[in-house]
Design a protein. Structure first.
Length: 428
């Protein structure tokens, strides 16, 4: 079975089929039998939905016709289980679901209750049946779908996988934090709730400051670990998918990082991805932080920690809710141009102004007898500083910047790369 995949399609407008890179993208993508992309927008028409009180950063929407060219490019699988799924609240979620159902694209990760959102969805091809499961680790808690039990209806939303974050500190630092806690009385309300039986006290070797838990340990720093309940549901979904399909793909949308570099995934991302492969998944396709992250071949299966941005059209927003203006500190009687100009400090910072954020790869790989047979990458770069109709659309990269950066990034994971014309060939 052959696969191709693309990262975030932050799409706001139709794609001209005669734009310079359309044919190149289509030819490479269509080499796969299963062809996935992350739909990082909501699909609703002007006036249909109100803006949510929160967003994934930018309030993103597009008319459903944007799917036409994405399908013509060759894609047949997608997910909108990302941090923008609720930009236009529940109504925006429903409209996007409806439009995706009508499109015929196989999609997973969002549903009318948790079990539906966590369920695998299936693509039938001449080479076999492919299951898609989609998870999200970067989301507002209100986005999480709820389980349907007994006489209580489930809550629509996403399949979110939470994580626990702990800050490990020395004995001296822990004593200092406990002293700060006592002197400031920062946890008085929580302590009363615990005394009344509505919460559990922390062990002596831990202290809470705000939302952070500090604990005594030797290796100081932040430690992350996947939520067991959510991971168990993911593994259950993989088990079901393996029974019903020949191949299983897991889509993972994640923004968290390690240290000060967005290019390094968090520890719990590795825990999730490798756990998926251990459970029988054939690939994990990561996206979310808007730039490339390492690629790992684990037990003869590929893990793409982030494929970066495939399409980036943040400067093509036609209108925005009052909440977006308020967040940026611009009067809502101003134009969207003024809104984006202010946020980007006169178009000098932000995703559209950072070259790393417009660089990506499209991987092409084959799984044969349960093992990765080959892996090839097409380096691409979204256009900026160009005519508006082409802005944010991908072209084949014309230099070695992506190759040099990604090959170095993948060295600690044991993946080696070499250039063959425009293509990057991988070995492990």
């Amino acid at each position: 079975m052959k696969f191709t995949a693309a990262g975030d399609a932050i799409i706001q407008k139709r794609i001209p089929e005669n734009y310079k890179g359309f044919k190149d993208m289509k030819e490479f993508i269509e080499q796969g039998d299963a062809r996935f992309f992350n739909l990082e927008t909501t699909l609703n028409r002007e006036g249909e939905c109100f803006g949510s009180q929160f967003s994934g950063g930018t309030y993103i929407r597009a008319n459903p016709e944007v799917l036409i060219e994405l399908k013509k490019m060759g894609f047949n699988m997608t997910s909108f289980n990302n941090n923008h799924a609720f930009d236009f609240s529940f109504e925006g979620l429903y409209r996007t679901l409806d439009n995706l159902n009508e499109s015929g694209l196989v999609h997973a990760g969002v549903g009318m209750n948790l079990d539906e959102a966590a369920a695998p969805k299936f693509l039938d091809t001449a080479e076999g049946r492919v299951a898609l499961i989609s998870i999200n680790t970067s989301f507002n808690p209100a986005m999480m779908a709820g389980r349907q039990i007994g006489r209580v209806k489930g809550r629509p939303g996403i399949f979110g996988v939470r994580h626990d974050k702990t800050v490990v500190v020395s004995e001296d630092t822990l004593k200092l934090l406990k002293d700060v806690e006592e002197r400031t009385q920062i946890n008085v309300s929580d302590n009363i709730i615990i005394k009344e039986g509505y919460g559990n006290p922390l062990p002596e070797d831990k202290v809470k400051i705000g939302d952070l838990i500090f604990e005594l340990g030797e290796n100081e720093g932040i430690q992350t670990k996947v939520n067991k309940q959510d991971m168990d549901l993911l593994l259950k979904s993989i088990e079901e998918a393996k029974f019903l399909a020949d191949y299983v793909i897991v889509s993972m949308h994640s923004h968290q990082m390690t240290g000060e570099s967005k290019e390094i995934p968090a520890d719990f991302h590795k825990e999730i991805a490798r756990g998926c492969i251990d459970a029988g998944a054939d690939a994990v396709i990561g996206h979310g932080p808007h730039l490339l992250r390492p690629i790992e071949v684990y037990k003869d299966r590929p893990i793409f920690y982030s494929l970066g941005d495939f399409i980036l059209q943040l400067y093509s927003i036609e209108f925005a809710p009052h909440d977006f203006y308020n967040k940026v500190g611009v009067s809502s009687d101003k134009t969207v141009h003024e809104l984006l100009k202010t946020r980007s400090k006169n178009f000098t910072i932000g995703l559209m102004e950072d070259r790393k954020m417009v660089q990506s790869v499209i991987p092409f790989w084959e799984i044969e007898d349960g093992k990765l047979k080959y892996l090839k990458l097409l380096p691409i770069e979204a256009q900026t500083k160009c005519k508006k109709s082409d802005e944010g659309l991908p072209l084949i990269a014309n230099d070695d910047d992506i190759y040099n950066r990604l090959s170095k990034m993948c060295e600690p994971y044991g993946l080696k790369m070499k250039k063959n014309g425009k293509i990057i060939e991988c070995s492990w």
